[in-house]
Design a protein around this ligand. Structure first.
Ligand SMILES: [Zn+2]
Ligand SMILES: [Zn+2]
Length: 373
């Protein structure tokens, strides 16, 4: 096999940058565009066009360019018209040109160098991601909760089943099989692989007209309800990702993801700090003075808290493991209970006498002195 000089074909120097190659390619591709060929030169133009494409496909790819430098064009034996290096066929490009699928050389360039993919009409695109917000209660955050979200997103058009057309024609690239053989020739041998046809994305058919419901996009905006599981221990502002629940992709492209920002509503009496919960409870001065066992709320029900004799106001008690479940470990935070001793504003005569009596008692002196000066 005669070794081809790809640089010469494109008219660039050996040290040409990718940009130089792209420019040179575009210029030549315009010139030798098969549509521009005069009738008697059709064959010649086509041949030339194939050569340009082959050269550009190799030189625009760093890896192939390196192989080419090392082994020459025989590294890609077969050359024009027979097979593609990255899963396309030059004869296929020619038929795309003939069918007018390519708008301009930008299209074909993108096609060439993006490693496959069809013309403009059937290129698969990943759907967009969606971002939603939800507010949950602290109790829900402690237990974990399932939230129903009302989404408004792009879904498959029911009129055309997402095909973008109500009538389809057999994909001429794969003869309707949806599959294409991909031959890769390397210095180490020939590898053959079967994969989905890049033109019809494995469907075996191409749209013939445009669906009026979706303007040929295959997608329409629709309301959809989904359930999202919010894990126990979720924190304020946490962003959850639900894979595949974003907008549907065009031309069978994969769907985007749904992101959900979780906000926690303020709680009537709990304040959260990390996995700990803070709570302030009132305590009567007799409870504080004499000690008591009181019932305090926790995030999952009531619990008893022992108040020792002679407790000061603003004392903080730690109830271990009574806080929020931790997202990172399997444990729980703590609940920190601050007691606030309430001094009665109105006292009966009898109460006043009792307090006075207590005031005399040595044991409780310290505490009561603080309470009443
Ligand atoms: Zn449709
Ligand atoms: Zn096909």
């Amino acid at each position: 096999m005669v070794d081809k000089d790809y640089y010469k074909t494109l008219g660039v120097e050996k040290k040409a940058t990718k940009d130089d190659i792209k420019k040179a390619y575009k210029k030549l591709a315009m010139k030798y565009h098969p549509d521009r060929a005069p009738e008697e030169k059709k064959k010649e133009y086509e041949e030339k066009f194939k050569e340009i494409n082959e050269a550009a496909a190799v030189l625009s790819d760093d890896k192939k360019r390196q192989q080419y430098e090392q082994f020459g064009s025989s590294a890609f034996a077969g050359g024009a018209g027979s097979e593609g290096f990255s899963g396309f066929d030059f004869s296929d490009i020619m038929s795309q040109f003939r069918s007018g699928s390519f708008g301009d050389t930008d299209d074909i360039f993108e096609h060439l160098f993006s490693g496959g993919g069809g013309g403009r009409s059937v290129r698969a695109r990943r759907g967009s991601d969606l971002l939603y917000e939800t507010e949950i209660t602290l109790e829900e955050a402690a237990q974990g909760v399932e939230k129903t979200l009302q989404l408004n997103k792009l879904e498959r058009c029911p009129a055309c089943q997402g095909k973008g057309a109500t009538t389809m024609e057999n994909c001429h690239h794969c003869q309707g099989s949806g599959q294409m053989k991909k031959t890769t020739r390397t210095p180490f041998g020939i590898f053959q692989q079967s994969g989905p046809c890049p033109y019809c994305h494995g469907r075996g058919e191409l749209p013939q007209n445009s669906c009026s419901d979706c303007q040929g996009e295959g997608l329409v905006r629709k309301k959809k309800k989904i359930e999202v599981k919010i894990p126990a221990g979720v924190e304020e502002g946490m962003r959850l990702r639900v894979p595949g629940e974003g907008e549907l992709g065009q031309n069978n492209g994969p769907a985007g993801d749904l992101f959900l920002d979780v906000h926690l509503a303020d709680h009537a009496y709990f304040q959260r700090e990390g996995d700990d919960l803070h709570l302030t409870v009132p305590l009567s001065f007799t409870q504080a003075a004499l000690g008591d066992e009181i019932e305090v709320p926790t995030i999952d029900g009531k619990a008893l808290l022992k108040i020792p004799l002679g407790t000061d106001s603003e004392t903080i008690f730690r109830m271990q493991g009574k806080g929020m479940p931790s997202l990172r470990s399997h444990g729980h935070g703590d609940q920190l209970v601050k007691v606030k001793i309430e001094v009665p504003k109105k006292l009966s005569k009898k109460q006043i006498e009792l307090i006075k009596e207590l005031h005399e008692e040595k044991a409780s002196k310290g505490f009561l002195k603080r309470m009443f000066g």
